[in-house]
Write a protein that binds this ligand. Structure first.
Ligand code: PLP
Length: 405
């Protein structure tokens, strides 16, 4: 369904040599490459239309404000939020989660309360909750996983108690590729009136996300992982929750009236957008979302499934290669180790062969600990990758095994 050859031409950074070899870019879960349309949008905003938003009454400022707010509506439509008041632009997933951990935590978490996370969180959806738990004297509880890397969500029946204040869980694991049953988690949580924050950093690029259908209370993602620019991200929050929460940061744009005695806050969503907005980033992010919508999210998911199946097949031929994360339901991420070869050594040799993949703990150290390992190699593939690149990885891994005896 996708014309991958043509699509690859939209991504200038894919067409380069690394160490004299054509680049194979399999580090998409860390950050994705950008289509020319996104790069051009940034260039055009800065070179022709730049002006600060929500401040000036002059032409450029008014026009940029309109564009920025239109970008918000484009994001709203992409995740099917019910109102633009529910879309907050942040610096990325980490900033979005910290906003809620702090703001929700300050208002609703007290000593003795509990916060539930899962056994496969990125540090960004773990450490902010640890920080607030420590400040408030609350406790973290963890949804366990099996050795295929699937969450045991029936354990939620025991984990959820009268002390549970919020559940924070990733939609897709960056380390294992598992697509978690967030809808079921949300239903169980809502049965007990507990809100759920979903870390969607790895989900948004790979499948349709409909926040109303999920019924999540908060949803976080980053622009740079979904073919948009760095330094921009989104926090979706149900209006009823965002209205109840105090702002996280103070500054310009998030206020209505300010005096030494009293300050009143701006209406949503600006209450959570202190300081000059990253309007070029927001507009270019909307361009990125429009770009993937034009390819069709369902087409992307179907093609990436083919990539995953083929990679499983090719890497499965390699003796001594162990895959971590074999969930029934997963995205196009393969994490693995080669028996007797340290992942950093393997990563460095692959790099010399022009193949970029990620090595280490993947900012998910507890996941490594759960599997009794220190780190893994991760090939994360997206719609602009192709079968020939997977062949190159498989051949390189075979060579690497020979080199290391
Ligand atoms: N959550 C998950 C699942 C991730 O994969 C990442 C980044 O890899 C993050 C959160 C943090 O994203 P960012 O660094 O863009 O804030």
């Amino acid at each position: 369904m996708l014309d991958v050859k043509k699509i690859r031409n939209d991504f200038p950074a894919l067409h380069q040599e690394v160490h004299g070899r054509d680049l194979v870019y399999f580090d998409n879960a860390a950050t994705s490459m950008k289509p020319a349309e996104v790069i051009d949008t940034l260039r055009e905003v800065y070179s022709k239309r730049n002006s600060n938003v929500h401040r000036g009454i002059h032409y450029l400022s008014m026009r940029m404000t309109e564009e920025y707010e239109a970008a918000r509506r484009r994001v709203m439509r992409f995740i099917n939020a019910s109102s633009e008041r529910e879309i907050i632009f942040t610096g990325g997933t980490t900033a979005s989660i910290n906003t809620i951990a702090y703001s929700f935590g300050e208002e609703f978490i007290k000593s003795g309360d509990e916060i539930i996370v899962s056994a496969m969180e990125h540090h960004s959806n773990l450490v902010p909750w640890q920080l607030i738990a420590r400040r408030k004297g609350a406790k973290l509880r963890v949804i366990p996983m099996n050795d295929r890397g699937e969450l045991l969500i029936q354990s939620l029946d025991e984990l959820i108690s009268d002390k549970t204040r919020i559940i924070a869980v990733n939609h897709v694991s960056n380390a294992l590729g598992t697509i978690n049953p967030v809808k079921e988690i949300i239903t169980k949580a809502h049965d007990r009136d507990i809100p759920v924050l979903v870390d969607g950093a790895q989900a948004i690029p790979h499948g349709n996300v409909d926040v109303q259908e999920l019924d999540c209370d908060f949803y976080a993602f980053s622009g740079h992982k979904v073919y948009g620019p760095n330094g921009i991200g989104v926090l979706y929050g149900k209006e009823e929750w965002l209205e109840k929460l105090p702002p996280w940061q103070g500054g310009g744009d998030m206020v209505k009236r300010v005096s030494y005695e009293e300050t009143s806050y701006a209406d949503l969503p600006l209450k959570f957008e202190a300081g000059t907005a990253n309007y070029p980033g927001a507009i270019a992010l909307a361009t990125a979302l429009d770009y993937i919508s034009s390819l069709g999210i369902a087409n992307i998911a179907a093609y990436e499934k083919e990539l995953l199946d083929y990679a499983n097949h090719r890497l499965g031929e390699i003796g001594g290669l162990k895959i971590y994360g074999e969930a029934e339901n997963k995205i196009s991420i393969i994490s693995f180790q080669l028996e007797g070869i340290h992942e950093s050594d393997a990563g460095m040799v692959l790099d010399k062969m022009g193949i970029a993949l990620r090595t280490g703990t993947h900012c998910a150290e507890p996941v490594m600990t759960a599997f009794g390992i220190k780190g893994i190699l991760r090939a994360s593939m997206v719609f602009y990758n192709n079968m020939e690149e997977i062949d190159r990885l498989a051949d390189a891994l075979k060579k690497l095994k020979q080199m290391f005896g």
